[in-house]
Design a protein around this ligand. Structure first.
Ligand SMILES: Cc1cc2nc3c(=O)[nH]c(=O)nc-3n(C[C@H](O)[C@H](O)[C@H](O)COP(=O)(O)OP(=O)(O)OC[C@H]3O[C@@H](n4cnc5c(N)ncnc54)[C@H](O)[C@@H]3O)c2cc1C
Length: 397
């Protein structure tokens, strides 16, 4: 494979996908004078299926980039999470504060506004946005640049291709960089209004009796972002409304909060599957993946947005600090793999745990005994601690 040698000039950059990962990469590189073209298949930004929770470390990252006010104005803080076991053990927990500086809470976002804000930032700083452009293939030319093709057969050529087309990455699959999509799990998503007072600004994570879980994010007084992740097989036997209703009626806490859904009003419920992908390539050959396209496990720990922003920041920092693109990409790949390693292990552990109700209940009782222990536990989920540090703190509490 030959590489294009880029000397004394900034590589031209094509970014496929204008979600948080693509838009953030476009902003960071365009604002440093790179010529960046951003391709987005949608005509307008939509409110994506997402728990809309930004973890404390994501908030800290945006503050560090001086972007928190610009991107998150008007969103409410989340102070922690209520964890609920299958036997209704309820554990309120708060994001642990680090000894002195940079203590952050999480945020309840509106994904449409948030994604629009990052995109605007990228465009205001010089990125060229091509909307309604679906990229269907990419191939490397003999001089090492990347040629991409859209559905109208229009071709575009770039020195560097950044792939940010989400967890089902079309480019990743067409280049053979992504393992086959795993469709064993599906998410059912809707917005519900609470019948009780809003109470504290806490998200909720309910582990259900049947290997599934349910996440709640109180976006506003009348809007709770509600999602259930379950085995896809369940959707062959039951309707989404009946799955939501049985989660509500089987839980004292959920039934105190929500009325059962009316089957006739089921049109606002969305279902997404393919909740897992593994990228075996990440970066090299004048190409880099960021965000979900670089790997996605399961929304259980709610850190996809943070990962999207962080991966783009890591990539941009490496590109900006090295005059050799291949070295920059190799460094990015190494750092990204290192970051994912502990988190992947943790996610696999959690996925194992939620399939064992007895263990979940034992863990719930263990956490319930000490509020500090529970706080350290959600500190891991909020990325306040790395998994190893978090577990040590939890055991010490
Ligand atoms: C049910 C569920 C709940 C979740 N809850 C949370 C949560 O609470 N907190 C959290 O942090 N994360 C959550 N996530 C994960 C989060 O939504 C993602 O990690 C995040 O959106 C990743 O950003 P991204 O930019 O990589 O991808 P995306 O946001 O998916 O953006 C990809 C963009 O690429 C565009 N695109 C795709 N293909 C093409 C193409 N061929 N050509 C051009 N454009 C293309 C798409 O239109 C899209 O705009 C959740 C995910 C799911 C499924």
């Amino acid at each position: 494979m030959s590489f294009k040698i880029i000397k004394n000039s900034k590589p031209s950059i094509g970014v496929v996908g204008a979600g948080p990962a693509g838009a953030m990469a476009a902003y960071l590189l365009a604002s440093e004078g790179y010529s960046v073209t951003l391709f987005e298949r949608r005509k307008e930004v939509e409110r994506k299926v997402c728990g809309e929770y930004l973890c404390p470390e994501g908030v800290r990252l945006l503050r560090e980039l001086n972007l928190l006010d610009k991107l998150c104005e008007g969103f409410s803080e989340l102070q922690g999470m209520v964890l609920v076991s299958p036997t209704d053990v309820v554990i309120p927990s708060y994001f642990p504060k680090k000894a002195n500086v940079n203590a952050e809470n999480g945020l309840s976002l509106n994904r449409k506004t948030f994604d629009q804000n990052i995109l605007k930032l990228a465009v205001d700083h010089g990125a060229k946005l091509l909307k309604d452009k679906t990229i269907v293939s990419a191939h490397q030319t003999s001089v090492g640049s990347w040629e991409i093709l859209d559905t109208n057969q229009d071709k575009y050529d770039f020195d560097l291709l950044i792939v940010a087309d989400g967890r089902q990455s079309k480019i990743g699959h067409s280049l053979g960089h992504l393992k086959a999509v795993d469709t064993k799990r599906a998410a059912i998503h809707c917005y519900l209004s609470r019948k009780t007072d809003r109470g504290l600004r806490l998200g909720e994570m309910h582990i259900l009796k049947d290997n599934g879980y349910c996440g709640l994010d109180p976006i506003s007084d009348d809007e709770v972002n509600f999602s259930i992740v379950c085995d896809s097989k369940k959707l062959k036997k039951e309707t989404p409304v009946s799955i939501i209703n049985s989660a509500i009626s089987n839980s004292k806490r959920l039934s105190a909060m929500f009325d059962l859904l009316d089957g006739k009003k089921s049109n606002d419920i969305k279902i997404v599957s393919s909740l897992k992908n593994k990228n075996l390539f990440i970066a090299g050959n004048n190409l880099a993946y960021v965000g979900d396209a670089a790997g996605f496990i399961d929304p259980l720990t709610g850190e996809g947005i943070y990962n999207a922003l962080l991966s783009s920041r890591l990539l941009a920092t490496n590109i900006l600090s090295s005059s050799n693109l291949e070295i920059a990409l190799a460094n990015y790949k190494k750092q990204k793999k290192k970051l994912s390693f502990q988190k992947n292990l943790l996610n696999h552990f959690f996925q194992f745990l939620i399939r064992k109700p007895l263990l979940v209940n034992l863990t719930a009782r263990y956490l319930k005994k000490s509020p500090e222990r529970a706080d350290q536990f959600i500190g891991i989920i909020g990325n306040v601690h790395s998994p190893v540090v978090g577990f040590i703190k939890m055991l010490a509490a």
